[in-house]
Design a protein around this ligand. Sequence first.
Ligand SMILES: C[S@@+](CC[C@H](N)C(=O)[O-])C[C@H]1O[C@@H](n2cnc3c(N)ncnc32)[C@H](O)[C@@H]1O
Length: 219
Amino acid sequence: MKNSIKSYSKARSRFSIKNKKILSSADENIFFREDNFRDFKNLFDNPSKLNLEIGFGDGKYLVRQALSNPKEVFIGIEVFESGLANTYKRILELELFNIRLIQGDIKEILLKNKSQNLFDLISIFFPDPWPKSKHKKRRLLKSNFLINLESLLKKQGQIIIKTDWQDYAEEITDTLDNLNFKYTQSSRRSDTKEFITKYEEIALKAKREIIKFEIHSIN
Ligand SMILES: C[S@@+](CC[C@H](N)C(=O)[O-])C[C@H]1O[C@@H](n2cnc3c(N)ncnc32)[C@H](O)[C@@H]1O
């Protein structure tokens, strides 16, 4: 049965014939849809390292990581077409063979996937904060979701979460503590030399504190 509470806003899904065309003719070895998705293990052969980015937005960070680490495989999941279509175009322009894109809701994809112990790194950067009290139930990072995600990690694998929303960070801390997960938490406000995502850039410009969680596999 489909999850009814969505962690993303449908209002951001603008219809574009151009993007639809790009994605409907996309290479079936690179681009997958939630409906056709069966299992993560069908998407790659033995990479040296397997990475997953959930909610990759404009995809620039995903592409940059794949370019810098050609022996690793990067799977990106996003709901919205514009980010998916632009990222797909960049993959073709740069002839990147180590990215797979999945269009869909991560919660639905996790319901279908049966494999475990797959990923070295899972990243979730700036998940939608849903700041209003009545919307907090839409936040993605709830207990069951984190339990499912942790089961995807290899031994020594890690989940990295970043948020600039203090109240969400507190909720994540409580959830991780209740789950008895092994994690470290750090924060910063200043600029960095690292390549960062669009939402991290926005947060830094606004001088907001960025809270980072590094969750370690409990295998
Ligand atoms: C605030 S944006 C952050 C984008 C990017 N990670 C960044 O840091 O620039 C959150 C992204 O998560 C995506 N998202 C939210 N819920 C999702 C879900 N259930 N499955 C896949 N993507 C989701 C949204 O579509 C949106 O692009």
